[in-house]
Structures are given as structure tokens and as C-alpha cells.
Design a protein around this ligand. Structure first.
Ligand SMILES: Cc1ncc(C[n+]2csc(CCOP(=O)(O)OP(=O)(O)O)c2C)c(N)n1
Ligand SMILES: [Mg+2]
Length: 379
């Protein structure tokens, strides 16, 4: 009910502009209770429900993948728990033809763009069901059909990859394409952050950077990461707009990223968006945050869960119900279980693939090694 009352109060105002709010404010459309705090922009038909479904699916998938790691069935996993609003809100604002360069926690965007659930899971098993042949560490997804490019483990490297791709798009005159580049708060301290943002701004490249400020870089808090007032304000130094958005408000993340994407597509240059959120879980399956942070703070952020907020907003508009949620989660659980069963049954990656995909014509010395391996000789 609260949502409905507030909506009519807010309806007298105008839709806020995140570019006007700027890097020191906070752009928000829906508050923690699901109530509208501003006049909302128009969203494409059906998008808000799809966003909730995708967030629910990712939360369920993350938990199942973490369980697999705990059971020793995969080696490593990192969840996006608590950040699904920032991940999917930003990711959904890009178009099919765009190129995306994710950081650590954006796998849900690949699924949103059509990556098969089997491929997502297989990447973590690293077996023959994985189109990338087990060559990357778990959670380094890539999906060629959806133009979702694998990150490299060294933090921040994707920032320059994305800037280079945006410049390439420009050189080729591909005016319908833009690039998305994601990073964490910790990555703002990397050399690549400076090189990437500087390059993108100097060339007025068609790119949107999305920084998920989840307030931690493993055990380093954001306060120890920077002396700047916000992460978004750093954009000013490079000559591009910096926006600061409530990262647990999926609609605000979508609306801000869409504005930035439209701007880049018009040829008006890059935007840097800080999404303020919180990492509810550990950094990865190898981490125990209770060793270095007060978990009572995590509890206050559980109350700001992006899934609960968006669900409350949809329920207040009669666009979602408890029954729909139960049905959706039951179906999602089934999809995930069936995919895990299929993927886990796949063979290991064939040893001879060690030699493939690098050379058009294999050098003689390497061919010799491949032959000897095939004959089970010592290489
Ligand atoms: C160059 C480099 N240094 C250290 C690491 C180890 N490392 C992996 S993730 C991470 C923290 C990243 O924090 P942030 O950018 O905030 O992303 P988040 O994990 O919070 O999503 C670090 C230090 C690394 N991968 N690369
Ligand atoms: Mg972080």
C-alpha cells in the first residue's frame, strides 16, 4: 500500500535526471520498502517482471553453485548475492549488438543475453560440455553469440580491453554498437582504471563503465581504497560524466545505464556509473568475511535486498504474486538441477585440445609433442 500512496505523491514531480544529480548525489527511483520516490520513466513492456525473474534465477543458481563447491564437485565459485540489481539493471540496458566486458560478478548478464545455463555451469566444471574447453578458471564466463567477453583474472584488465573495443567500434564506423565495461570498487585502484578511462574519454569512445561499489575488495573496505568522496566523482578528472546510482534499485540501475547507453550510441561519449551496493556473501568460496568485517553491517544490507525491493514494487502494482514466485522458483530449481546433471555427466576435456585453437598450422616441434602425447610417450 505504501508504494501506491507514495507513487501518487511523487507523480506531481518530474522524472529525475541522474546526469543532473551527478557523482556526489544518489539516483534512486524506488526505496527499500518498494515505494516510488520519484516519477518513474517508462520501461519496456514486461521488462520489470523479467528483471525480477532473472534476479531470482541468479540467486538460486548462485546458491546451487556454491553448494557444488562445498561438496567438492567444482573447485571455486563467487556469487553476486546482494548485487543482482546492479548486475541485471545495468546489463539489461545494452542491446544485442553491443560488446560487453564484465568483471567478477556479472555472469547473470550473459544468461540474460541468451547464454545457455548448461554452458554457464559447464564453465565452472571445466569439462567437455564447456565451449571454452576448461581453459579458464571457474566464473570466467564468455559467450560468443551474446558478445560477452571473458574477464582476465588480473583485476582491472577488462577496463582497457573495453576501451580498446569501443575505439575499434568507432574506427569501423559501427554506429549502432557500443561497449559495456564492468569493474569493482577495488579495480578503481588499478593502473588499467586510469589508462582505460583516460583513453575512452580522450577518444569520446562509445562506452559505458559500470562500477559495482559493493564496498569491499576481498577484505579491503572502500574507505581504505580511495580518499575520493565517491567513486563516481573520479570520472570528472577524466572528462566524462560520473553518475551515482542506488545499486540495489534495479529500475534505477536500468534507467541510468540506458541513458548512458543512448548517449554513447548518439556519439556523445563515455559515462562512468557507480552503483552503490553491498556484497552480502563472501568474496568467493575461498573467503570468510566474518574474519574481517562486522557481519551486523551485512544484516542492515540484507534489509535492502534488491530482490525484496523490486518484488514489493511489482506486488504493489499487482504484477507479481507469492504464487507466481513459488512457481517460478520451483521451475528454476528444476532447470538448474537438470542442467547440473547433464553437465556433470560430460567427459573431461580431451587432452589433445591442449594443442588446438592457437596455430592455423601447428609448428613441427609442437606437432611432435602432440604425436608423442597421443602415443602415450613422455613429452
Ligand atoms: C592485479 C590483481 N591483484 C590482486 C588480485 C586478487 N583479487 C581478486 S579479486 C580482488 C578484489 C576485487 O575487488 P573489487 O574490484 O572491488 O571487485 P569485487 O570482488 O568486490 O566484485 C583481488 C584483490 C587480482 N586478481 N589481480
Ligand atoms: Mg568490490
Amino acid at each position: 500500500m505504501a508504494a501506491k500512496t507514495k507513487r501518487s505523491a511523487a507523480a506531481s514531480g518530474t522524472t529525475p535526471d541522474p546526469y543532473e544529480i551527478g557523482p556526489l548525489g544518489l539516483y534512486q527511483l524506488v526505496d527499500e520498502t518498494g515505494a516510488e520516490v520519484a516519477v518513474l520513466p517508462e520501461f519496456p513492456e514486461g521488462l520489470p517482471v523479467r528483471l525480477l525473474e532473472a534476479m531470482l534465477f541468479q540467486r538460486a543458481l548462485d546458491q546451487r553453485m556454491l553448494n557444488l563447491q562445498r561438496q567438492g564437485r567444482i573447485g571455486f565459485y563467487g556469487t553476486a548475492k546482494g548485487q543482482e540489481g546492479a548486475v541485471l539493471g545495468s546489463g539489461a540496458a545494452f542491446a544485442e549488438q553491443d560488446w560487453l566486458f564484465p568483471a567478477l560478478r556479472e555472469g547473470a548478464i550473459a544468461l540474460w543475453r541468451g547464454m545457455q545455463v548448461d554452458h554457464y555451469i559447464a564453465q565452472c566444471f571445466g569439462n567437455s560440455a564447456d565451449p571454452t574447453k576448461g581453459r579458464q578458471m571457474p566464473c570466467h564466463y564468455s559467450d560468443a553469440p551474446s558478445r560477452y567477453v571473458s574477464l582476465s583474472s588480473p583485476i582491472g584488465t577488462q577496463i582497457t580491453h573495453a576501451a580498446g573495443a569501443a575505439r575499434a567500434v568507432q574506427i569501423r564506423g559501427a554506429t549502432d554498437q557500443i561497449v559495456g565495461g564492468w569493474l569493482g570498487d577495488g579495480a578503481t585502484s588499478s593502473n588499467d582504471f586510469h589508462a582505460g578511462l583516460n583513453f575512452a574519454a580522450v577518444w569520446k569512445a562509445p562506452i559505458v563503465y559500470v562500477c559495482q561499489n559493493n564496498q569491499w575488495a576481498i577484505s579491503v573496505p572502500a574507505a581504505a581504497q580511495t580518499a575520493s568522496e565517491t567513486f563516481a566523482v573520479k570520472a570528472r578528472a577524466y572528462g566524462m560524466p560520473g553518475l551515482r546510482v542506488d545499486g540495489n534499485d534495479v529500475l534505477a540501475c536500468y534507467a541510468a545505464t540506458k541513458l548512458a547507453a543512448d548517449r554513447a550510441r548518439r556519439g556523445d561519449g563515455p559515462t562512468f556509473i557507480e552503483c552503490l551496493t553491498f556484497r552480502l556473501g563472501g568474496h568467493s568460496s575461498s573467503d570468510d568475511p566474518s574474519k574481517y568485517r562486522d557481519e551486523d553491517i551485512a544484516k542492515t544490507w540484507e534489509a535492502r535486498d534488491p530482490l525484496l525491493r523490486h518484488r514489493a514494487w511489482l506486488v504493489a502494482r499487482d504484477e507479481w504474486s507469492e504464487e507466481q514466485q513459488d512457481d517460478f522458483l520451483a521451475e528454476a530449481g528444476k532447470t538448474i538441477s537438470e542442467a547440473i546433471a547433464r553437465v556433470e555427466a560430460a567427459e573431461p576435456v580431451a587432452t589433445e585440445t591442449l594443442f588446438t585453437d592457437v596455430w592455423a598450422t601447428m609448428p613441427a616441434l609442437l606437432q611432435d609433442q602432440a604425436d608423442r602425447l597421443a602415443n602415450e610417450e613422455t613429452v
